[in-house]
Design a protein around this ligand. Structure first.
Ligand code: AMP
Ligand code: TRP
Length: 333
């Protein structure tokens, strides 16, 4: 069975983008794979996180993963900082990756913005830690949203360079799984920007814990153009906002753009938005309810995470120990 690894940062409430681009696929892939899903708190602190906020958001994110339907007994759910292997392997990868490779990362450029000199060094080497996350388990398939494609290419470059430099076939090739009609959900206010949990405008996103009225209002206010919906997907070109809403609808209704347009083509946005809001509300309601139920018993969530960390470490520790042996480190212990 192929091993899957993926991660999500506890930097806020997960959005509909996280759900459609990642979490929903994580759930579906449980059938037929060994899955390891990680709340990546080490990645979160590459940008400032208030400690109490980080603690709360980390537990909430773990609860959301369980509420979405990830089975922590059949598979593994854990926190990145609980398993030392991630940081250990990341250091080695810091010494394998080239500065030129990191300089090409568009996410670093976006996040560091104009004030690059003031970005943390961690933000710069973020992709090396992400490669370590995956390769510490010899995972071969990684379900992510479209924005992570470049990071996975870099992870493959690191694996290949390591294998080449040390003359081994140790790290496997990683296959990105970028799935579904909503692998890149865009902001509700600007169809050219991705929906993000850290966007300053709450109106730009649907949070998985938004109540039905809030969801309906955000969708009603979502930016659109004055034209009715086209009858064919080709008619969505150069209409990023329309394409985004149709993509969200398609993902939640388990169809594709063509399927949505067969049903809704020719309608104005008023009617379509009402149908879309109802679909989102119905899809998210059970997740929010289950998340709240789980958070009422934080000790249970922590116990699940403790068990996950132990089982994760049992896989990663021997792989990292072997990596260290290949590098030439002496183990005196
Ligand atoms: P992050 O929130 O950056 O930790 O991302 C967690 C997962 O959600 C990754 O697989 C991302 O690619 C995915 N993701 C984040 N935002 C979006 C979005 N707007 N559309 C689709 N996938 C997303
Ligand atoms: N960088 C990913 C994101 O922002 C999160 C992540 C960290 C990840 N480590 C990972 C995703 C390993 C897949 C595999 O979304």
């Amino acid at each position: 069975m192929q091993r899957i690894f993926s991660g999500i940062q506890p930097t806020g409430v997960p959005t509909l983008g996280n759900y459609l681009g990642a979490l929903r696929n994580w759930v579906a892939l449980q059938d037929g794979h060994d899955c390891i899903y990680c709340v990546v708190d080490l990645h979160a602190i590459t940008e400032w996180q208030d400690p109490a906020g980080l603690t709360r958001q980390t537990r909430e994110m773990a609860a959301v993963l369980l509420a979405c339907g990830i089975d922590p007994h059949q598979h593994i759910v854990f926190l990145q900082s609980s398993v030392r292997a991630h940081a250990q392997l990341a250091w080695i990868f810091n010494c394998v990756a080239r500065i030129g490779w990191l300089n090409r990362m568009t996410q670093f450029k976006d996040k560091a913005g104009k004030n690059r000199e003031n970005a943390s060094a961690g933000l710069y080497v973020y992709p090396n830690l992400m490669a370590a996350d995956i390769l510490a388990y010899h995972a071969t398939r990684v379900p992510v949203g479209d924005d992570q494609r470049q990071h996975l290419e870099l992870a493959n470059d690191i694996a290949q360079k390591f294998n080449h430099d040390y003359g081994v076939e140790f790290f496997p090739n990683i296959e990105p799984l970028i799935l579904g009609p909503a692998a890149r959900v865009m902001s509700l206010r600007d169809g050219t920007k991705k929906m993000s949990k850290s966007d300053p405008s709450d109106q730009s996103r649907i949070n998985l814990n938004d109540d039905p009225d809030t969801i309906a209002l955000k969708i009603r206010r979502a930016k659109t153009d004055p034209e009715p919906l086209p009858f064919e997907p080709a008619g969505l070109e150069a209409r990023p906002e329309a394409r985004n809403l149709v993509g969200i609808y398609a993902a939640l209704a388990n169809t594709d753009q063509a399927g949505v347009l067969r049903e809704h083509g020719g309608k104005g946005f008023g009617a379509f938005k009402d149908a879309l809001a109802a679909l989102i509300i119905d899809s998210l309601r059970p997740i929010a309810a289950e998340t709240n139920r789980l958070l009422a018993d934080p000790a249970h969530v922590d116990a699940v995470l403790r068990d996950g960390a132990e089982r994760a470490a049992a896989i990663a520790d021997p792989i990292v120990a072997e990596t260290e042996r290949l590098v030439g480190f002496i183990r005196v212990g």
